[in-house]
Design a protein. Sequence first.
Length: 564
Amino acid sequence: MSDTFDPKHHSKTIARGADKTANRAMLRAVGFGDKEIGQPWVGVASVWSEATPCNSNLDEQARIAAKGVRDAGGASRLFNTISVSDGIGMGHAGMKASLVSREVIADSVELMMRAHCYDGLVAIGGCDKSLPGMLMILARLDFPGVFVYGGSILPGRHKDKDVTIQDAFEAAGAHAAGKIDDEELKADECAVCPGAGACGGQYTANTMACVSEALGMALIGSTSAPAVAEEREAWLKRAGEAAMNCLNTGLKPSDIMTRKAFENAIAIAVTTGGSTNIGLHLPAIAAELGIEITLDDIQRISDKTPTLADLRPGGKFVALDVHNAGGVQVILKALLDAGCLHGDCMTVSGKTMAEELADIVIPADQQVIRTADNPVSPDGGLKIVKGSLAPNGGIVKVTGLTNKSLTGPARVFNSEEETMAAVQARQINKGDVVVIRYEGPKGGPGMREMLGVTAALVGQGIGYDVALLTDGRFSGATRGLMVGHVCPEAAVGGPIGLVEEGDSITVDAVNCRLDLHVEEAELARRKAAFEPKPADAQNGALTKYAQLVGPASKGAVTHPGRLG
């Protein structure tokens, strides 16, 4: 925070001087007058589109946040960027665009902010990659700003129970196994997504929403209200006002997103049984600030943090239940009381985390969020496995797992499509270790999620009786003994590329091991003869991404940020 910070630190380039007359003339054509030209300029960026329910009402939300900026003495400027739907892109080549979109979101917002000389940013995310993308650009620019989550979808109802998109993916597996008929499959399809908002379990979007509060970049208490809830209006106005307060006080993202704040972010992810994708997103956001977050950091914090929230996919409850139990702030309070949260970290409100949580009470009449004396599990929901098959690590979610280790024969596939064909043909048996390779950041290119495969296995009834490992990644909705981000990936010569059908593999999330049981001499022979499978021919964005992207173990980023 700086007493000498100029709220018009960037916009003064255009707002002042006879030589910028033409620049200001353009602004007058879109509604600026002398008043607005003299005020700080705040970009209000959202990922609104009609492509997916996660983002479908973000235009309305952005306008409310923009009014909050104006009411607090700023000049707001609304603009959009893209967002790729993981749910719609899942299970086909479209998913290659998903992780790439995180970089495009960050880059495109950066270009808008720099080109138009905006001083601050309200960044509104909805779909999975838009949350880390927006947090990345807040970190990269280091302009005063606030993150806003667009909110979760309400759960659907089917057969008197709450259902989410996870149920639709698993229903497809059950249908393929002959367990449900066409009518039941259609009923699932029509029930799970009742309106606007991001997927309703503790999948990637809601995990990253929790992360945004724990980092201090979203207003504490703001992320749990459903996308269609009336109370969101007050939070959106407050977000606009908070952005202006940050500008007026000089409070920047680098003051908020410290190393200790990232440890808070890991803690809330692991205590909620959150998505393995934090292994990509937190290192990527941190790198923009020159902070190195590693897989070992995730393991260290998960080991000492109890699981306190009983959430799907590994638990019982959905995002609406968190909101009804008091919201993400209650989870943060439970972590603080357990000694698992740094309370002295600053938040975007200008108060510390401990100050924000001082009056929060954990309701006794609910089962969603527990206290440290009655945890769901004594440790956190993510484990990092290393070994001869993953020298640089892989990540597995253990929440809800009873069998956390398996040794079995390798079933080897060189793409998601090959694997899905074998699953649909009922060629995967209990005890198998399914290996999906050439789906990493470079090898895909794009590092697809494998939810279609894992959900199909669950739907067939063997999801907890097999293990699966991949140099690709998983949806936050994935459950079972599934290891993602296996590094190095096959495309760059990682050991996963040397596995052959029938090899014995051990996946051990208890002792954090992933090992290939093949003699060293045989592995040396295979390595000498190894030629990586060429990536699918691509043009444009995917080609550029494959050329630039780094390893998953370091966040799959396309530039080093301030770590460079």
